[in-house]
Design a protein around this ligand. Structure first.
Ligand code: F6R
Length: 257
């Protein structure tokens, strides 16, 4: 696992944009996340598209997860959120932006169909945020490390964390469809971004804790190309930070990103 510690959330966003831009130029399949953390990265990528000629032509997007029971047009659905925050502002074909169907009458069939669809593609890079409880996608603690796309019940902590996007905590859907941990691990490169002190414990558990379903993000330890990109606050509980910084500053010339 590669650990990159940057001084500020802005520097994290720039670094994440550098990494994603490398894949976008090749017309790759991009796995994207919602939530507040990636927004600055999306804004930086939009800026590069508008002012520096970065093109996403030929790219496809697969989203990590979706709330159950929200219409795709609902402002807080993840299908709508990714369009509003990112894909409507770049040169990507809207028909090539895919999410699990959160308003399906048969969520189990919708989950299976999404898993099948994503399996038929090669996701080159998967961008991930992390929950304060260590979730990635909506794989809450105790999610099987071998899970695939399925329905999950949100943890009350996640509902509380996400209530800020809704008028009322009561409006946050209690169920979701999410890519599983095995689905996520099939991407060629996993890029987990985290900023702020509230993520410090989850980042320490992900990087330095045991591989465990109690910290779903620790599944990154199983991946051959995983990057954890954090600001100083999110790095605060890492005990090996000097080593990570040393490795970052002494990267071999062939190393990607
Ligand atoms: C969103 C997602 C979630 C978030 C996580 C962190 O698609 O999959 O795992 O990445 O809840 O959210 P923020 O960035 O809002 O702290």
């Amino acid at each position: 696992m590669e650990i990159l510690i940057r001084a500020t959330p802005e520097a994290v966003a720039k670094q994440a944009a550098d990494i994603i831009a490398g894949y976008a130029r090749n017309g790759s399949v991009l796995g994207l996340a919602t939530g507040s953390t990636p927004i600055a990265t999306y804004q930086e990528l939009i800026r590069r598209h508008q002012h520096e000629g970065l093109s996403f032509a030929g790219c496809k997007v697969f989203m990590l997860d979706e709330y159950l029971g929200l219409d795709p047009q609902h402002e807080q659905s993840y299908a709508r959120t990714i369009r509003r925050e990112f894909t409507e502002h770049i040169d990507i074909n809207d028909a090539d932006v895919f999410s699990p169907s959160g308003n399906s009458k048969d969520p189990l069939a919708a989950a299976a169909a999404y898993e099948q669809h994503i399996t038929s593609e090669h996701v080159a890079i998967q961008l991930l945020g992390i929950g304060t409880n260590g979730h990635i996608g909506f794989n809450e603690p105790t999610s099987s490390l071998n899970s695939v796309t399925r329905m999950k019940t949100l943890h009350p902590q996640t509902i509380q964390d996400n209530a800020r996007f809704f008028d009322d905590a009561e409006e946050v859907p209690t169920h979701v469809l999410t890519q599983g941990l095995a689905t996520i691990r099939r991407a060629g490169h996993l890029l987990l971004v985290a900023t702020g002190a509230s993520k410090a414990a989850a980042i320490a558990a992900t990087v330095e804790g045991p591989l465990s379903a109690m910290c779903p993000a620790s599944t990154l330890q199983l991946h051959p190309h995983a990057t954890v990109l954090v600001d100083e606050e999110a790095a605060a509980q890492l005990t090996f930070r000097e080593y990570y910084q040393y490795a970052d500053q002494n990267k071999p010339a062939f190393q990607r990103y």
